[in-house]
Design a protein around this ligand. Structure first.
Ligand code: ARG
Length: 460
């Protein structure tokens, strides 16, 4: 463009390289719809305040809608000399409307404008993410419901520890994704606040009814300090923190799916439609989807670090550094949404290997705690019982046997409190069913947890 909206005091033309360096249009053009929505509300607020006529506001709205149509039809010209989406839209509106367009930016700065656009954008995306997490949580609960008769070893230190219901294991992820969803919902309280009227940093001389603007745009309230409003990005930091935690949960689940689909575990068959092959090794079927989700976690955590580092030590109020908020924010939003959607699609298709999971649950002394608990019920103090069972485990290990494969006669060498009913207590089913404390793996608890989750999901 020959003239820039701000070049009145400039005698020299902007250096070409500076123009390209400072331009953000290729990134922030994705905010066009929110920018236009915000401008229409600003025009209405100007008319309400008597700063412009309502005819002028109508013309602005009509013109802005035309610009939106042009952008969506793909015949809009982007040009680095117009820096960002705000100036692109205003400049095109000027071509359409002439002098009336020149009144739109009254009482407004790009500083409060970008704060508004960021908030409108993130409000939409956060609501979408909560809806997508709902799908994923539903898929997890449905899978838990469908696999209630599957036992799987529970691990600590990646060593077999105690058997659990596969459904209990799956429902642990339901809890994580539910907290993630709650965190995003909570973040909306701080995202959904209206900054327009703060202008450059100090507020504006025009009597703008900020509450009116907020009501037009569906905001819960208005920001209370103009300097904070134009330089606050903590709603983005908070969103990216929440996104990072959610990605960490997806990554943990991914890691388990990768492990479980290995020949070493063989608990899971990744359906062909969700796996890929090797260009050299004909036998290979790789779990690339969970691997990529695990890998993309690094990008989202990186985006959080990027915005924290950018904001650190910035003096008030607006600084151009803050233009760098958008690449990490957009990338994190796209990445998180892709991963949650991918998981929601994949979870219902996971094929668990019931036999292998059961066999693994029945091997490796996962019932040793239960033998100790049995002795406690016969009056042996727990620490003593622990020692007795430890010696029995060593004895069984020497013989390549499980505890439940040793005869009662041999076991009684370790304690005469052991009776025939021990063997029932050592079965996988008993070990699971006896854990009835709130949150424990007994099927009565797991069925109730699934029921509560189904009710909760339906109510949301
Ligand atoms: N493109 C800028 C951003 O993304 C908009 C605000 C620019 N304000 C300014 N005075 N240069 O942050």
């Amino acid at each position: 463009a020959e003239h820039k909206p701000w070049d009145g005091r400039f005698a020299e033309k902007t250096d070409d390289m500076v123009e390209a360096f400072t331009s953000s249009i290729q990134v922030d053009k994705r905010l066009y719809a929110h920018d236009i929505t915000g401008s229409i509300a600003h025009a209405r607020t100007l008319a309400e305040a008597g700063v412009i006529d309502s005819d002028e506001a109508d013309a602005m709205e009509k013109g802005l809608r035309q610009v939106k149509g042009e952008i969506e039809a793909g015949n809009f010209k982007y040009d680095d000399s117009l820096e960002d989406i705000h100036m692109h839209i205003e400049s095109r509106l000027t071509e359409i409307l002439g002098p009336t367009a020149a009144k739109l930016h009254t009482g407004r700065s790009r500083n409060d404008q970008i704060a508004l656009d960021n908030r409108l954008y993130l409000r939409d995306e956060t609501r979408q993410i909560v809806a997508m997490l709902h799908e994923l949580r539903q898929a997890i609960v449905d899978s838990a419901q469908a696999h209630l008769d599957y036992f799987v070893p529970g691990y600590t230190h990646l060593q077999r520890a105690q058997p659990v219901l596969l459904s209990h294991h799956l429902m642990a992820y339901y809890e994580m994704f539910t907290r993630d969803s709650d965190r995003f919902t909570d973040a909306l309280y701080r995202i959904n606040v209206m900054p327009l009227g703060s202008a450059a940093l100090a507020g504006t001389t025009f009597p703008l009814d900020r509450e009116y603007t907020a009501s037009l745009l569906g905001f819960e309230g208005v920001t209370q300090n103009s300097m904070d409003a134009v330089s606050d990005r903590d709603f983005i930091m908070e969103f990216l923190s929440d996104a990072s935690i959610c990605m960490v949960h997806l990554s943990r689940m991914s890691e388990e799916l990768v492990l479980w689909s290995s020949s070493e575990f063989a608990f899971l068959n990744m359906p062909d439609a969700f796996a890929t092959g090797s260009s050299i090794m004909p036998q290979k079927k790789n779990p690339d989807v969970p691997e990529l989700v695990r890998g993309k976690t690094g990008r989202v955590v990186g985006s959080l670090m990027a915005i924290l580092t950018t904001m650190k030590s910035l003096p008030m109020a607006y600084n151009r550094d803050m233009q760098e908020d958008k690449p990490p924010l957009f990338d994190a939003v796209d990445t998180l949404k892709a991963c949650v959607a991918m998981f929601a699609r994949m979870v219902p298709k996971l094929e668990f290997n019931r036999r292998n999971m059961f066999d693994a649950s029945n091997q490796g002394f996962l019932n040793a705690t239960d033998m100790a608990d049995y002795l406690v019920e016969k009056g042996v103090p727990f620490r003593e019982a622990h020692g007795i069972v430890g010696r029995a485990v060593a004895y069984a290990l020497d013989r390549g046997r499980e505890l439940h494969e040793i005869s009662l006669n041999d076991l009684r060498k370790f304690s005469d409190k052991l009776e025939k009913d021990l063997y029932e207590a050592l079965t996988v089913e008993h070990v699971v069913e006896r854990r009835r404390t709130i949150g424990g793996t007994a099927s009565v608890n797991v069925i109730a947890a699934i029921g509560r989750a189904q009710t909760q999901l339906q109510a949301e």
